[in-house]
Design a protein around this ligand. Sequence first.
Ligand code: FES
Length: 163
Amino acid sequence: DQDQSALFNAEIRAAIDALIAKYPPEWKQSAVMPALTLLQDSNGGWLTTELMDALAVYLDMPEVAVYEVATFYGMYDLTPQGRHKVCVCNSISCLLNGSEELIEHIEHKYGVKPGETTADGRFTFKEVECLGACRHAPAVLLDKTYHEKLSPESLDRLIDGLE
Ligand code: FES
């Protein structure tokens, strides 16, 4: 339905079209993950049902299939987010190397539990699965940048630098 994909402005449409063009026409659904990332980035870091529905129409796929992707992968958020995302890995290598200490530190110092946003809206705190940086544990993904071998102090310095 044309009305729903009218949610996308010309710039977004062009960007999604460019993603779709990377695949053969019968495989255009393959663009779903990068398209969700693009929509999330353009919407303050989270996906609304309307955006997911519009993408389903645009990619000719069932809405539920888009929701499944968006809920399965930890990088998508379906609720409003802070201006930044601080994602602390809580998988085994990081746990063994101090991520628990980072998590407790954030909870105490900034007053947020995993999934919550600081009162000033500065960041949303997330616990995430292995970030693929296990050799340099504990790892944190701050927005789109990986940081490794963090201590509570070095994590604080990163957070202090956020607007
Ligand atoms: Fe943390 Fe792999 S276990 S990055």
